[in-house]
Design a protein around this ligand. Structure first.
Ligand code: SF4
Length: 330
């Protein structure tokens, strides 16, 4: 048995829909972040690594080179021959539309790149950006909008200095749904002041609003962050490995089976990771989650509480009744 026997993973969804493995290649297109430059906030999120952030000095390699390098590594490791360009670093919709189109087009110039996954903040997706993504989707590309929400609780968002609140996320989801765009929401487990109950409420709310994909990851304490100072002072206590694994299993069990898990944990490079240590061992965490699901004889959806499964993927196939429900609820 593998994780895919218990969880609807992005990898297996790609094989089912494209007939072969499709992997994401992480791209740094040199974007900045409005929560760093003062337009939304100053200093960034408390967990965001300040040391690596120098918008003026940061000169990532050309996108074509990043894709070529990524293809080489992934092809060797997994055999995948098709890819999504994952615009990951910072806020990848934070520029004028002409610049965004030029960056995305560069990635799509590679014949092996069949689509885009665009990581951004919920307060940074104006209609023109969503129209652009919908246009790529209409051309036949696989398009995902990845929204970093992290928590539905405004007190938590304020505490970690996210610079946006839940309401911007709700608007972004509504606008994306109006264009039938696939969205993947990011949630963090272990945020300061939060318990498992908070994360469960965040998950339930996000599912109720309607998403097609989810990413979960543990809160890392990395060097050069305000969170690191809190941790050194004993004001922030990271989750234990067991807490993380059991919380994620609880979340997976509550998630309808058609939702695609793009990620269930994340790692940080050893040179910047301060705590918790177990975050450095991605496969140990994934194997632990699989093992707990096996022991509990459960899988994704086993304890799904919502009668409203949010969606099926692509081509505007989300049921109308769900859209109406969301419109009524917001
Ligand atoms: S929104 Fe992202 S890039 Fe911007 S400060 Fe927060 S974590 Fe860092």
């Amino acid at each position: 048995m593998t994780l895919a026997d218990y969880v609807n993973t992005f990898g297996q969804d790609m094989v089912a829909r494209h007939g072969e493995r499709v992997h994401k290649i992480a791209i740094d297109a040199g974007f900045s972040c409005p929560n760093r430059d003062g337009s939304k906030g100053h200093g960034g999120c408390t967990f965001c690594n300040n040391a690596s952030f120098s918008p003026n000095g940061r000169k990532p390699p050309p996108i074509a080179n990043q894709i070529a390098a990524g293809k080489q590594v992934i092809r060797k490791r997994t055999g995948a021959r098709k890819y999504l360009a994952y615009f990951q670093a910072y806020t990848n919709t934070y520029a004028d539309i002409g610049h965004l189109r030029a960056q995305y087009d560069q990635a799509l110039d590679d014949p092996d790149v069949i689509g885009l996954s665009i990581g951004t903040r919920p307060d940074c997706v104006p209609p023109a950006v969503l129209d652009l993504l919908a246009d790529y989707r209409d051309q036949g590309y696989e398009i995902w909008l990845e929204l970093g929400l992290q928590s539905i609780f405004d007190t938590t968002l304020e505490r970690v200095n996210r610079g946006h609140s839940l309401i911007e996320y709700e608007q972004a989801i509504r606008d994306a749904q109006a264009r039938h765009l696939n969205t993947c929401t990011h949630l963090i487990v272990g945020l300061p002041g939060e318990t498992e109950d908070h994360v469960i409420q965040s998950l339930d709310h996000v599912l109720m609003l309607g998403v097609q994909g989810l990413k979960l990851h543990p809160l890392h304490v990395v060097k050069g962050t305000r969170l690191a100072n809190d941790w050194r002072r004993g004001e922030y206590q990271p989750l234990s490995y067991e807490q993380y694994v059991h919380t994620v299993v609880d979340l997976i069990e509550r998630t309808p089976p058609d939702i695609i898990y793009h990620r269930i944990t994340a790692t940080a490079s050893r040179d910047i990771l301060l705590a918790p240590d177990w975050c450095a061992h991605k496969w140990k965490v994934i194997n632990g989650i699989e093992s707990v699901l096996r022991c509990r004889h459960t899988r994704q959806g086993s304890h799904c509480v919502s009668g409203l499964s949010p969606s099926t993927v692509l081509e505007g196939s989300r049921p109308d009744d769900r859209r109406q429900f969301v419109a009524r609820t917001l």
